[in-house]
Design a protein around this ligand. Structure first.
Ligand code: ATP
Ligand code: FE2
Length: 324
């Protein structure tokens, strides 16, 4: 069985083709250039213009014909309404045209499942960190449950906003990581509330600190503070649930310092730290959507066209997990 998956919840458009053994035959992406934050309608326009050529490229890369595809999967949410609607319409069209089943999948769960596929993790506590999401998730009693999350902005968004405010460039993540290599610690506000986190106070304080400190020192301290907060919440979930694996996914997961902090923490708990080596599966991508489509389909899940309406606020724990 071959599944074609379409991702497009935010500014990144992706088309992935995966077979039922978990071989990624193609994983093509295209990202809308953004200068001043995301404009949902412009991002949707970008997706509409680029999806057809991207599907053609993915099919060619996979060395198949479109008619060889057995299942169409797409990101049903959470995400930006206009973007979600473009890919949902495309997925429905493909499904009807090819007379193949369609499955709308949860974007956050797709990040976890592709991470598990590539690291061979079995039952991890997952930290999902990106520009739009910050969640600590683990499987319990038939669902993926969110044990902790940001109460305001996502950690990637916080770093991007910091970089944009100081005119360092975009996206901020890799730029701040580089600057942080030569930085020293200055205290910044640390904000963990129970299992949840907030980042806007840290953002405001970092922008302010940049007025009278070296930018390298602020970058270093921003990372240390934000990543220590993430590590603390992940550690609590790990200890509480007694799991033996920590999995890191999402666009921010490429950050070496964050990886190191989590690796050290996992080690103290006798747990394994896992992060996929392939960078193209860490951020938003089509392969993760295709793979979750396959898992759901093989476990008996079916969807009618009427069930494919987009869900902007699609919650991780809404999905009944039938494939574990
Ligand atoms: P989602 O829809 O899941 O929220 P996204 O649209 O933010 O995803 P991703 O590709 O998953 O897209 O993540 C992009 C984020 O990753 C940006 O905020 C970017 O700054 C951040 N990032 C990229 N590289 C690094 C890095 N080296 N260190 C920290 N953050 C990084
Ligand atoms: Fe994502």
């Amino acid at each position: 069985m071959i599944c074609l998956g379409i991702e497009g919840t935010a500014q990144k458009l992706g088309v992935g083709i995966v077979d039922e053994d978990g071989n990624i035959l193609a994983n093509e992406g295209k990202i809308q250039k953004i200068v001043e934050g995301i404009h949902p309608r412009e991002a949707a326009q970008h997706h509409a213009e680029n999806l057809k050529p991207l599907i053609e490229r993915a099919v060619e890369k996979a060395g198949i014909k479109l008619k060889d595809v057995d299942l169409i999967a797409f990101s049903q949410g959470p995400g930006l309404g206009p973007c979600l609607r473009v890919i949902a319409v495309a997925a429905r069209t493909l499904s009807l045209m090819l007379k193949k089943p369609i499955i709308g999948v949860n974007h956050c769960i797709a990040h976890i499942e592709i991470g598990k596929l590539l690291t061979k993790a079995k039952d991890p506590v997952t930290l999902y960190v990106s520009g739009g999401n910050t969640q600590v998730i683990a499987y319990a009693d038939g669902r993926y449950r969110v044990f902790g999350e940001t109460l305001d902005i996502a950690v990637g968004n916080m770093i991007d906003q910091f970089a944009r405010e100081l005119k360092l460039g975009a996206p901020g993540g890799p730029i701040v990581e580089k600057l942080a290599e030569k930085g020293k610690y200055i205290p910044l506000p640390y904000s963990v509330k129970g299992m949840d986190l907030t980042f806007s106070g840290l953002l405001t304080a970092s922008i302010k600190a940049a007025k009278n400190h070296r930018i390298e020192d602020v970058a270093f301290s921003l990372q240390e503070t934000a990543f220590a907060m993430l590590t603390e919440v992940t550690e609590r979930a790990l200890a509480q649930l007694g799991k033996k694996e920590v999995l890191l996914v999402g666009g921010v997961a490429v950050n070496k310092r964050l990886q190191q902090m989590l690796r050290d923490m996992a080690k103290e708990h006798g747990a394994k730290f896992l992060v996929p080596e392939r960078r193209d599966v860490l951020g938003d991508n089509g392969a993760m959507i295709a793979w979750l489509g396959i898992l759901m389909f093989k476990s008996g899940y079916r969807q009618k066209i009427e069930d494919t309406l987009v869900k902007q606020k699609f919650r991780t724990d809404e999905v009944e997990v039938t494939w574990i």
